[in-house]
Write a protein that binds this ligand. Structure first.
Ligand code: AMP
Ligand code: TRP
Length: 328
């Protein structure tokens, strides 16, 4: 069976960008692949995190995986820090990564630009991400568009290892949805929707109450025109809303355009909010049940136990290939 790995950082409330770009796809992949869906807490601390908030968000992300329909019996759901082999392999692969490669990462450039002091962890983060993926000899990585460059680096590092130490790693492929791969901010369609944007109105969180969702969508920026028409160059904001509509309703872009032909933005936005609410509400209900039951701790324990077994076995082979003396 082929292997899938993906991770989400517990660095804020998950948005519908995370849902459409990544998490929603986890559910369909779990039937045909050996899956690891991980809350990557070691990644989250590459920027400062409040300890109490980190704990809460970690439990929240893990519970959301289950709430959207990831089955903990089928897929390993666990905290990255509970499987220490991630950090170990992260170090080994950092030594196979060049400064130049890391300097080219656009996410690093974005996150560090204008900052007086930038943590070294933020810089080397892509080699930890490569380790996450390669630790399980992963074949497929479901991620949004913004992670493509990091995945490309993981592929390069895998190839470099294979060249130097003999074939070992599979070269992982990305699995990116056609439309939902890049959901943009509601206030500025030139930026991706992000859980770390200081403007709350820029995103819809998976856990936003229905009235909050309605309000955010009604206030979403639109151009001064009238037509509900998909044209990302000329009408980026409306096109983003049409994408969201299409993804949440299952209608094609053309079908959405057709439905609102001759209508103004008002009715379109109103119905868009209802479409989003109708998908998120049942997920939120399950989420609250899961949180209340406390079951997530046992799910995380079992997921980490299973993942650790594979991780230990693979890491031992990697050390051997590199010339480390095996433990007696
Ligand atoms: P992050 O929030 O950076 O931990 O991202 C977790 C996953 O969600 C990654 O696969 C991202 O590519 C994906 N993702 C984050 N933001 C968006 C967005 N605005 N549109 C589509 N996918 C996204
Ligand atoms: N870097 C990813 C993000 O910010 C999160 C991540 C860490 C990840 N390790 C991963 C995604 C491994 C896929 C596979 O979204």
């Amino acid at each position: 069976m082929k292997t899938v790995f993906s991770g989400v950082q517990p660095s804020g409330n998950l948005t519908i960008g995370n849902y459409l770009g990544a998490i929603r796809n986890f559910v369909e992949l779990q039937h045909d692949y050996a899956c690891n869906f991980v809350v990557v807490d070691l990644h989250a601390i590459t920027v400062p995190q409040d300890p109490a908030a980190l704990r809460e968000q970690s439990e929240s992300v893990a519970s959301l995986y289950v709430a959207v329909g990831v089955d903990p019996q089928k897929a390993n759901i666990y905290m990255q820090s509970h499987v220490p082999q991630h950090a170990e392999l992260g170090w080994l692969l950092t030594t196979l990564t060049s400064m130049g490669e890391l300097e080219r990462m656009t996410q690093f450039k974005d996150k560090s630009s204008g900052k007086e002091s930038v943590g070294a962890g933020l810089f080397v983060y892509p080699s930890l991400m490569a380790a996450d993926i390669l630790l399980f000899n992963t074949d497929l990585v479901p991620v949004g568009e913004d992670q493509k460059q990091h995945l490309e680096l993981a592929r390069d590092i895998a190839g470099r290892f294979n060249h130097r130490y003999g074939e070992f790693f599979h070269i992982p492929e990305g699995y990116t949805p056609k439309v939902g791969a890049r959901i943009m901010s509601l206030d500025d369609a030139s930026k991706k929707m992000s859980k770390s944007n200081p403007n709350e109105g820029s995103r819809i969180n998976m856990l936003d109450a229905p009235d909050v969702i309605r309000k955010k969508i009604s206030r979403a920026t639109t151009d001064s025109g009238k037509e509900v028409r998909y044209d990302p160059a000329a009408k980026p904001e409306v096109s983003n809303l049409i994408s969201i509509y299409s993804e949440f309703s299952g209608l094609s872009i053309a079908e959405v355009e057709q439905r609102y032909e001759g209508q103004m933005y008002g009715p379109f936005k109103k119905e868009l909010a209802e479409v989003v609410v109708s998908v998120l509400e049942p997920i939120q209900q399950r989420y609250h049940e899961i949180r209340k039951s406390g079951e997530i701790h046992e799910i995380l324990r079992q997921g980490a136990d299973r993942a650790r077994e594979t991780a230990e076995r693979n890491l031992k082979l990697i050390y051997e290939r590199m010339g480390f003396i095996p433990k007696a």
